[in-house]
Design a protein around this ligand. Structure first.
Ligand code: HEM
Length: 115
């Protein structure tokens, strides 16, 4: 099969099934134990307003999972969520997700988004 490479830019559509299959995921990840706590009440409220995506709903986050992954993954991906400068529920700016948090979300996708 012909291979095409663009080493300077990783497009958003790089987050394919194959991408998630290749993640190293030693631990089981579930919505209840790991994922639902990743979104603040501020994230939930803003994303209902912005796109009607319910980050507090298992079904909604499951449906949007790969789009959410691209949104929270570090640059050069298209969206950067939460947007820089967002003030969280504790009154402090929300930080970009750590690589560890992004990886946990990716492993949840690899494992089929268990509840
Ligand atoms: C971890 C938290 C968040 C996640 C996972 C998230 C996820 C997403 C996703 C997946 C999209 C793209 C939807 C699409 O492609 O149609 C998006 C768009 C958007 N989000 Fe968020 N979001 C988060 C936090 C926030 C917050 C805190 C705000 C506002 C302060 C916000 C405002 C927006 C807006 C205005 C858009 C539409 C414009 C755009 O696509 O860039 N989001 N978000």
């Amino acid at each position: 099969m012909a291979q095409t490479h663009n080493p300077t830019h990783t497009p958003a559509h790089a987050h394919t099934h194959e991408f998630f299959t290749k993640l190293n995921c030693p631990n089981p990840v579930t919505w209840t134990n790991d994922i639902k706590q990743m979104f603040t009440s501020v994230d939930v409220a803003h994303m209902i307003t912005a796109k009607n995506i319910h980050l507090d709903s298992y079904q909604s986050v499951k449906i949007w999972a790969t789009t959410i992954y691209t949104a929270v993954a570090p640059p050069p991906h298209l969206h950067s969520m939460p947007p820089p400068g967002t003030i969280g529920p504790d009154g402090k700016p929300e930080q970009p997700w750590t690589q560890d948090k992004v990886d946990t979300f990716g492993c949840w996708i690899q494992q089929g988004c268990p509840e």
